[in-house]
Design a protein around this ligand. Structure first.
Ligand code: MSP
Length: 504
């Protein structure tokens, strides 16, 4: 039976429109999903929208709308974004879905029945943008939110509490047993340190808000939005396919991909909640960094350093946006992004190193061999340099190291460019006595381009599909990523440049 692989993105707040940060997390998750499908895994890939809570209720009020109206409007924008980014998600969850709400109630009722909930008075500093009560050491000077830098409000209300403190030993055990529960390692360390400081119980419900999932044992409360939101990863499986429950097939999740700002929720609250509900915890939480403005500062409209994903796609195409984000910023760390860097990567790498390599290879096979790839042995030296690549890429992507894997592939793209220069097929073509050499060169180039294109498929799905067809070898399962010992005899056809030079 195929190995199951379940990957998720955070669900996006519908109080704002999609921006680059949302595109980033989603593209990265898509790369993993596509790669694992190539390897024959039984993949489920989930994304969606987070629609309840104060941030949405406040934004709706400010626009004179009902929360559901704002949610419908913006959820549609996120849904429309997915095909634009070539995202291959299997389902799009909305937390206002009736089935999600019913399942949230079922799971949290169990947490309540298991004795992990009590009623108490909450007083603390609260950020309405995060929908989060901040603990002492998170608060910036002047009682400000460490993320939004806005002033926190002092809130006090009667709440149901989740007994998080009681889960300290279980979480310590989880972290001790599974050093790859949170990756990269510095975020594992950050989460461990948070636990080591001692955990406080957290608010599970809000009494003053009505835009949320009602608490079944006390409908005057709704659940605190983060509990409702986190549970999406679990609830979606129960209704994503009508008439089928996929929970047994995919739970626990293989990878939750998240940004570092939501680490505490995913690496502490979430496993504790799952344990409290008698459910298995996910295998890995992968934490990525922030995309910063080209000036290295946090992107913000007022600083004018925002990179607009729609503008990048319009000028360079979807594949270029996907490639750029995973190539220019090491996935897992922070990095500056901007239009100049997009242009530089596009011109130097996509248009020249890859696109041009592909066009030249096809054109030479068309010109010198009438479009037929010579059925001769490929160059043993190249064969050796490519032999370990699919395995190495797979190992990196097993750890969600999407940038490192792409770098390995790209080293071979550069290798093939050097190969063209070393072998100078246009010179070989002038000497009838070099016909065997030319055959070997063309077969090797074709095989190299084809095998790399299979590996590049998760990153740039559009261009790679076009190119594989032009290579006369459309297969893109992982077996097809192996560099073969013999030319295939396939028939190629030439194509317009995959990444055309643009008018500036
Ligand atoms: N709704 C919550 C997540 C709930 S998951 C159960 C949320 N939504 S969000 O829309 O604000 O952010 C979603 C994701 O986008 C987060 O992972 C966040 O890190 C990411 N990004 C938002 N801005 C970003 C950058 N500038 N750079 C990289 N990613 C950032 O949080």
């Amino acid at each position: 039976m195929a190995m199951s692989f379940y990957v998720t993105t955070p669900i996006y707040y519908v109080n704002a429109q999609p921006h680059l940060g949302h595109a980033y997390t989603t593209i990265a998750a898509d790369v993993l999903a596509r790669h694992m499908r190539q390897r024959g895994a039984d993949v489920f890939f989930l994304t969606g929208t987070d629609e309840h809570g104060e941030p949405v209720a406040d934004a709706a009020r400010a626009q004179g709308l009902e929360p559901q109206q704002l949610a419908d409007r913006n959820a549609a924008r996120f849904q429309a974004l997915m095909p634009q980014l070539s995202i291959s998600n299997d389902f799009f969850i909305r937390t206002s879905d009736a089935q999600h709400k019913a399942k949230v109630q079922e799971v949290l009722q169990r947490v309540y029945d298991n004795g992990h909930v009590y009623k108490g008075l909450y007083e603390g500093w609260y950020c309405p943008r995060c929908a989060d009560f901040k603990v002492e050491n998170e608060i910036l000077e002047g009682n400000r939110c460490p993320i939004h830098e806005i002033e926190l409000t002092r809130e006090s209300e009667e709440n149901y509490f989740f007994r998080l403190s009681a889960f300290q030993p279980k979480l310590e055990q989880l972290y001790a047993e599974r050093p790859d529960f949170v990756v990269p390692a510095r975020h594992y360390n950050e989460a461990s340190a948070f636990i080591a400081q001692g955990l406080q119980d957290i608010s599970l419900s809000r009494a003053r808000l009505s835009w949320g999932v009602p608490v079944p044992w006390d409908p005057t409360h709704v659940f605190y939005v983060w509990f409702d939101a986190l549970l999406n990863y679990y609830t979606a499986l129960s209704y994503a396919r009508p008439g089928e429950d996929l929970t047994g097939r995919y739970w626990p999740a293989t990878f939750h991909i998240i940004g570092k700002d939501i680490l505490k929720f995913h690496t502490i609250f979430w496993p504790a909640l799952l344990i409290a509900a008698d459910l298995p915890v996910p295998e890995h939480v992968f934490v990525h960094g922030f995309l910063l403005g080209a000036d290295g500062r946090k992107m913000s409209k007022s600083l004018g350093n925002v990179l607009d994903p729609f503008e990048v796609m319009q000028q360079f195409g979807t594949d270029a946006l996907r490639f750029y984000l995973l190539r220019d910023v090491a996935f897992g760390g922070d990095g500056a992004v901007g239009m100049d860097a997009v242009t530089a990567r596009y011109d130097a790498e996509l248009a020249n190193e890859y696109g041009n390599l592909a066009s030249r290879t096809l054109a030479m096979i068309a010109r010198y061999r009438d479009g037929a790839v010579p059925s001769v042995a490929t160059d043993p030296a190249l064969l050796a340099e490519f032999a370990e690549l699919p395995r190495e890429v797979a190992e990196m992507l097993d750890r969600a190291e999407a940038t490192q894997a792409l770098e390995l592939i790209w080293q071979r793209v550069r290798r093939l460019n050097r190969y063209v220069e070393e072998r100078a097929p246009w010179q070989l073509a002038r000497e009838p006595s070099e016909a065997d050499q030319l055959d070997q060169t063309l077969a090797s180039l074709h095989e190299g381009v084809r095998a790399l294109t299979v590996l590049l498929h998760p990153y740039i799905p559009g261009a790679t599909d076009t190119l594989l067809v032009a290579c006369g070898a459309p297969a893109r399962d992982y077996g097809a990523a192996a560099f073969a010992a013999a030319g295939s005899g396939a028939r190629v056809h030439t194509i317009a440049p995959l990444f055309p030079k643009r008018d500036r």
